[in-house]
Design a binder for this molecule. Structure first.
Ligand SMILES: *Cc1c(COP(=O)(O)O)cnc(C)c1O
Length: 348
């Protein structure tokens, strides 16, 4: 049996990166966030494609992700690490020339003691209360800043995907105040959502992630993934018969049911059953019964001919549409895409 096939369109990722870049002024650099294996799509291939397109600054969550990326893209690009200078990461940071985004005074002082003169950035918390130094903590180490000589001052917005939230302007104001003590250091505040909030949020460098991979809030993004699932078996069920675990769906009429080879073990989370569909070409066919670990059952009665495979992600049913059906967000659908798929890349 051919494996379920995940097709990743690198050309669409590059087009989305360029579209994000076009939303900011010429003087604003557009970076690329490729943490979590490039949101599940493959850090090496995505990193190489974006570098070829002109990206020079990348962001990852963990030092080990940075090492993988460095091996794929070579020495020229900058790779920043959001988790900063964690104990145990010192050797990886040095060997792979990674730039930690120092997020506490403890990290900053240890970095200064161990790696004085090496590149670093500073992460501020402007109201998300997740990572970075708040005002008093920053003030406590200001005296060391000339020695640290950071390349970047950054913070992250908590509500950027909701433009009307007052917290956006509040965080912007805090960022401007806190970062004023570094008048000459480049600054970065915006991920995908912040880029869409407008030029006041763009600073010197942006950090788009989800927008590159075709997800909201960048609604004009080109879809990046297609996921095609082979049909293993087709059967006719009689009116009144149940399908799948718990027999949660019962046929109201004689029905044709196709069983495809993927399930929640492949990231097609169980919460989507009852709401999502599989596509036979352009035609949506409802998922019926529970999503099980390796299998999904689909009502093909209205279609007639059952094709060899059905699509669960495509231009019609994007990661956001599927996420909505499952009560989650596109980010989670992407980063859950399983290891069992055969992966195929369309080159940029
Ligand atoms: C994940 C992340 C990003 C990218 O966010 P998107 O919403 O995917 O664009 C940028 N900055 C930080 C600090 C992040 O954690």
């Amino acid at each position: 049996m051919p494996a379920a096939l995940l097709t990743i369109n690198l050309g669409a990722i590059v087009a989305n990166w360029r579209a994000m870049d076009a939303k900011t002024a010429e003087t604003v650099e557009t970076g690329a966030v490729i943490k979590a294996n490039a949101y599940g799509l493959g850090v090496a291939r995505v990193g190489q494609a974006l570098q070829k397109a002109g990206a020079r600054t990348f962001f990852v969550a963990l030092a080990d992700e940075g090492a993988t990326l460095r091996k794929a893209i070579g020495p020229d690009a900058r790779i920043f690490v959001f988790s900063g200078y964690m104990r145990g990461d010192e050797a990886v940071i040095e060997e792979f020339d990674l730039i930690p985004l120092l997020n506490s005074s403890e990290q900053a002082l240890r970095f200064l003691a161990e790696r004085h003169g090496e590149a670093c950035g500073v992460q501020l918390d402007t109201g998300m209360n997740r990572l970075g130094m708040e005002g008093p903590e920053l003030a406590s180490i200001l005296i060391h800043m000339p020695a640290l000589n950071p390349q970047l001052i950054m913070s992250h917005l908590a509500c950027a995907d909701e433009p009307a939230r007052p917290q956006n302007l509040a965080q912007l104001a805090v960022f401007n105040t806190m970062s004023a003590v570094f008048p000459t250091v480049p600054k970065s505040l915006s991920a995908t959502g912040g880029i869409l909030l407008g030029s006041g949020y763009h600073m010197n460098l942006t950090r788009p992630g989800i927008g590159l991979y075709g997800g909201e809030p960048f609604v004009d993004a080109q879809p990046v993934v297609t996921l095609s699932l082979p049909v293993i078996q087709t059967r006719t069920v009689l009116a009144g018969e149940g399908v799948g675990y718990g027999a949660t769906w019962r046929a109201k009429r004689p029905s044709i049911i196709a069983t495809v080879a993927a399930g929640y073990a492949d990231g097609l989370i169980r919460a989507m059953d009852g709401n999502a569909q599989l596509y036979a070409g352009e035609t949506p066919c409802p998922i019926v019964g529970r999503v099980s670990m390796d299998l999904i059952t689909v009502d093909m009665t209205d279609l007639g001919d059952v094709p060899a495979s059905l699509e669960i992600l495509n231009a019609a049913q994007t990661v956001d549409v599927l996420a909505e059906a499952a009560g989650t967000i596109g980010y989670e659908i992407l980063t859950s895409l399983g290891a069992r798929y055969k992966r195929q890349y369309i080159d940029a």
